[in-house]
Design a binder for this molecule. Structure first.
Ligand code: FAD
Length: 483
């Protein structure tokens, strides 16, 4: 089990190096880890997994009902969605099948709903239904006035995006993948049938490369000598409402999509918050993840129509993510057998949903490109700490607290996070590199006080763990709150 953050990289060559540990690269590394005997490296520029677009999305596990029928995206979403729902149940990733209501606010939108239902059927989603206003308002009593109808899509779900990436990376590492963090790839040379990959932490060698670099997939492709697409970041800003707002909404409330995208939605989260967003802003700067006053004002304006009472609730956070849009409409996933590479680009607004579908597709492409894949084996079992609002937190489980009082000692009162959970996260196979990483793993600092009450104590625990190294004597990682 190897996770490295500093120092030189191993001399021994890898069979495959996956560049980028977002939800997509981590899923690919996990898929390859099933083929025991294959030496796999997961190479990430940041100090943690899931620090790119994968940490800042709308957290919906889509059915793919509105994808372009016949596209690669439609197929991989359909396959990925089913695989991820099963994986979430197996590993404890928080997931709620809330269903979505695609609301028609005017006659044009109302007229489009039957077409959308037909498109859903072509995408294999047969259980949509058009709701008249009486049923719509019975299901969503706080919906703004004036809705004409809605298309109900029962299979749309909400999921924890942070636990998903972390679960993939953790299972990959437990199965023998080397995760190299803080390792930005800067140059790639072909040396006698092997890629010489130069990073900020030195050189590694690999027979095959997978480019899963998200927003930088075009830049990494250029290092390989390919140019098939250009990534243009499309920013999505979001508002996060406090848990008091959660009672206002039962489903994911979607607008009727336009040519510009899926539009602004209101969605509950598995952590008990409510999201309003995202915007869709085409930019040039791939690092422009700041929120803007105009963007947030535009969201509030749209939100007022969808769920007017939401606007009276407290906002606990705002964030923005960048979709990796390209000049093409579909995913850009290509194998180059001669170069021994697979590029995974253009995974715009559905990569969380499709991640496991993409991973299995990429493994097939690597085999087609000549990589010998040993027969797949079972992966080490994994149970993630549950951060979902519908499972009891460790502090609410008397047997757990009796066995280990650290689970009864609260650090964060807003989110009811115990010292035991923080300890476990800090000692985990893929530990956090920052307070933000600890927040994504435990929910500390995520509540309505945003760390005002617990910030100093959390920082102290974090700094101390970095000074003394992983805590020893902790219970097996994953035991807490595994529900
Ligand atoms: C606002 C918004 C809402 C969304 N909502 C949803 C949703 O509800 N459901 C859904 O399924 N999808 C959604 N998405 C899409 C989803 O978040 C993305 O498709 C997915 O996160 C892409 O994952 P990735 O691994 O390809 O990219 P990333 O997460 O960006 O990972 C790429 C990684 O590559 C690393 N990297 C880049 N260059 C190098 C290099 N040279 N060397 C080493 N490492 C490198 C980066 O540091 C990064 O960590 C949304 C996206 C946005 C922006």
């Amino acid at each position: 089990m190897t996770v490295t953050t500093t120092g030189p990289l191993p001399d021994a060559p890898y069979d495959v190096a996956v560049i980028g540990a977002g939800v997509v690269g981590s899923a690919i590394a996990r898929e390859l880890a099933r083929h025991r005997g294959l030496r796999v490296a997961l190479v990430e520029a940041n100090g943690d997994v899931g620090e790119g677009t994968s940490k800042a999305n709308t957290a919906i596990l889509h059915t793919g009902f509105d994808a372009v029928p016949g596209s690669l995206e439609a197929r991989l979403m359909r396959e990925g969605s089913a695989l991820l729902a099963g994986y979430a149940a197996e590993t404890g990733i928080p997931l709620e099948r809330t269903g979505a209501l695609l609301v028609a606010w005017d006659a044009d939108q109302h007229a489009v709903l039957p077409e959308l239902a037909a498109k859903a059927r072509r995408n294999g989603v047969d259980d949509t239904r058009i709701l008249e206003p009486a049923e719509l308002y019975a299901r969503e009593p706080r919906l703004g006035p004036g809705a004409l109808s809605a298309l109900a899509v029962p299979g749309e779900s909400i999921i924890c995006p942070w636990t998903t990436t972390l679960a993939y990376a953790t299972q990959a590492v437990l199965a023998g993948v080397d995760l190299h963090l803080g390792c930005r790839v800067r140059r790639i040379r072909d040396r006698a049938g092997r890629h010489e990959v130069t990073s900020g932490r030195g050189v590694l060698h690999a027979r095959y490369l997978v480019n899963a670099a998200g927003l930088d997939a075009d830049a990494v492709d250029a290092l390989i000598g390919r140019h098939d697409f250009t990534v243009s970041p499309r920013r999505g800003q979001l508002l996060v409402y406090d848990t008091f707002a959660r009672a206002l909404v039962r489903h994911i409330l979607l607008p009727v999509p336009t040519a510009l995208g899926k539009g602004v939605l209101v969605a509950p989260t598995v952590h008990g918050n409510v999201l309003l967003g995202p915007t869709a802003e085409d930019l040039h700067d791939k690092r422009a993840t700041e929120s803007t006053a105009e963007g947030l004002a535009a969201l509030r304006e749209k939100g007022r129509r969808i769920l007017p009472d939401l606007l009276d609730e407290e906002v606990t956070a705002v964030y923005a993510g960048l979709r990796a849009a390209t000049e093409h409409d579909d995913y850009q996933i290509r194998a180059d057998a001669e170069r021994r590479t697979v590029t995974v680009g253009g995974i715009r607004s559905t990569g969380l949903t499709a991640s496991l579908g993409i991973a299995s597709h990429v493994a097939g492409l690597l085999a087609d490109a000549g990589l010998d894949l040993p027969a797949p084996d079972d992966l080490p079992p994994l149970r993630m700490p549950s951060l979902g609002r519908d499972t009891p937190r460790p502090c609410e489980q008397p047997a757990l607290v009796a066995a280990d009082p650290a689970y009864g000692t609260l650090v964060c009162y807003c989110e009811r996070v115990s010292r035991g959970e923080v300890r476990d996260a800090l000692a985990a196979p893929v530990p956090p590199a920052s307070l933000a990483g600890l927040r994504r793993r435990t929910r500390v600092l995520s509540g309505r006080c945003q760390g005002f009450a617990c910030g100093a104590q959390v920082r102290d625990l974090f700094e101390r763990s970095r000074a003394v190294g992983p805590v020893t004597g902790a219970p097996p990682w994953g035991a807490a709150g595994s529900g």
